[in-house]
Design a protein around this ligand. Sequence first.
Ligand code: NAD
Length: 284
Amino acid sequence: MAAKILDGKTMSEELKSNIARRVAAMREKGVIPGLAVILAGDDPASEIYVRNKGKGCEEVGMFSRTIRMGADVSQEELEAEIQRLNEDPAIHGILVQLPLPGHLNEEAALSRILPEKDVDGFHLINAGRLMTGAEGVIPCTPKGVLHMIRATGEPLSGKEAVVIGRSNIVGKPMAMLLLRENCTVTVCHSRTRNLAEHTRRADILVAAVGKARFVTADMVKPGAIVIDVGINRVDGKVCGDVDFDAVRERAGWITPVPGGVGKMTIAMLLANTADAAERTLRHA
Ligand code: NAD
């Protein structure tokens, strides 16, 4: 039987309606949640992501500001802009669109963002909080993936979870979140030997590799929950890291690309910004 589809479009619309209600309540108290996005350089994919983030803000009634900086911006100029946004009470969330032009130090820039305004959850403080189980900002993509996994209604405790990819923005925080759910977690990466032996054990398989149709049906346990984080372009069309048509015949649940995790990432960015704005209201 073909896998059930975890529909990111519908799920993200539900999340956004809920966020829009929260924003309306804050507006009544005189606070308009604000997101600032810094875009350095002219990467075409980043342009699209930034535009979609702005559109998302508009949909839920938030305010957004895009700060464009040239590809030759200096580290000092970038960090000075972050500092201005840290001090701006109209801005509750700050996001530096990655990747930054090669001459800039990403980690140094991210660590300038106030942890409370770090709506991407990439600041070392937030990474540490996730690691230790303290409350903090959770990176948007893994947070969205966990929401989708929970939507299956299957109990997660004790499940075998395999994450392919160990990046700081997807793979590692994903592994931490699944560990928090009491899964037994394996993280696979480019040096993993016999990858399929690991993936075939997975009740939950998350692919965050960046290689088109990398996960094939023979790598998947029958009935597994398969989450495809990948965004790849092949012949001008977007596809994921999972060979969707074949894996769909074997998995229990699967996310499509497009229309899967990507939609959830934006919804979680809005959720993190709403959380940040609510925190300022609580502390006002
Ligand atoms: P990355 O390049 O930083 O990491 C890729 C990971 O894949 C690495 O940890 C590497 O070890 C692993 N890998 C590479 N080759 C492998 C192999 N042969 N076997 C096993 N592991 C291998 O990428 P990232 O930033 O984590 O993103 C991964 C993918 O997810 C990309 O396609 C990216 O565009 C996409 N992405 C999507 C969203 C979204 O919202 N849907 C968000 C972030 C990233």
